[in-house]
Design a protein around this ligand. Sequence first.
Ligand code: CO
Length: 494
Amino acid sequence: MYQRFQELMNKIADLNYAAAVLMWDQETYMPIKGEKYRSQQIATLSGLSHDLFTSKEMLEMIEVLRSDESINSTQKLNVLETAKVLDKKKKLSTAFVIEMSKTVSNTFSSWQNAKQTNDTDSYLTQLEKLVLLKRQEADMLGFTNHPYDALIDEYEPGMTVAELDALFSEVKIKMTELLVKINKTPQVNDDCLRQHFDKEKQWKLGLELLKRMGYDFDAGRQDISSHPFTTSFSPQDVRVTTRIAENDIANMIWSCIHEGGHALYEQGLPEDQYGLPAAEAVSLGVHESQSRLWENNVGRQLPFWMANYPFLQKTFPEQLSKISLSDFYKAMNKVEPSLIRTESDEITYHFHIIIRYEIEKKLIEGSLKVKDVKQAWNSMYKDYMGIDIVDDRNGMLQDVHWSHGSFGYFPTYSLGSFYAAQYFAKACQDIPELESEIEKGNNQLLLDWLRKNIHTHGKRYSASELCNLITGENLSLDFFMKYANKKYGDIYGF
Ligand code: CO
């Protein structure tokens, strides 16, 4: 029977990945008029996949297989993880799912409209309906301590408000201390990154960086889109996109390395488990740990640029030949409170996340009204970073997440950074020559380590089990703070 289960799961995956190809095309090459039938095409495939997944045959098979003692441990994992998803689906009525999908789609259009017109009030009226449904969803899914726990579970299984509250209160104290120290010293100059950098040359540079990281171009490709993303159709076809700003080379370089990190994870998932949980990522937090590790712990560090800066200078001699590696390094690590999350530095980034986390947690528990979100947002930006919001487009309207109904998603970004620091510290401990090899341009040792310790496991372990297995302890902020204090102490001289 397991074989039939696997066949069915493969069919479902085929439909989902075919829909993913259409979505990838929508963001990259589709002509504007293609929009008319594209949403319908994607919806048809998703509907077919949903029908197969919730079919009587599947439900009956799962009931038998979940107590089948003859299947091996990987098969057991696939059955139990699938059962978990199905149990969750069963808790939401069809009427509720339809209502949710309509409300999400209306809220998304209202958000798009608000971004154009700055009409925040109509957006908030719409968002209120969505928040009400999300609160109902949390109740239907069930939780022990906090309704938000039920929603986080979708993105970071096992994570709870209790754990996040403890973590983020520590983050707030320690990052504020670090920021105060940084603010007392003269600011670094990052003008060298904001010169004119030819588009075509940047494109080639991005491809070269991906190649040097170990990204397999026979199992993927890079294209341009307005928001960079990674998407996978199997470990043998993992696509990345980037964007290029001619007046800011930082934009392309670090988003390219970031997506490259996500893609290396996807390319390293076990191919023989195609379509099954054993070939899926652990969680969004762990996925983000892979992108952040490459972007920050590798890509914003000296060893990596000792290997790659000469090539960069050769590509842009006019702009960079007179800029020393040390100045380039400082420029890429400038810390400064700013309005936009996606453009912020490694330290203030976490304030952007904490603000969103606190707001959405309160919305879901009902202690903050949707109409007061703007005021809460603006006052927290002032309190945490000393920033005045003059325009909601650069304030509470900047992210798409809430209008998509993604409540519980934001914390995974911060978790990713902290997991990354902890994993990278362990990799350096396991491989003493790791950084000196990266300095020589050899990134293979790191990639091999990530493949062996993280990628090949798929969903075999939960995020916290994996962390304990690899590092011998729970997720701890200490690794990130140690890394950040050393790095910014050197750069800012304290
Ligand atoms: Co990411």
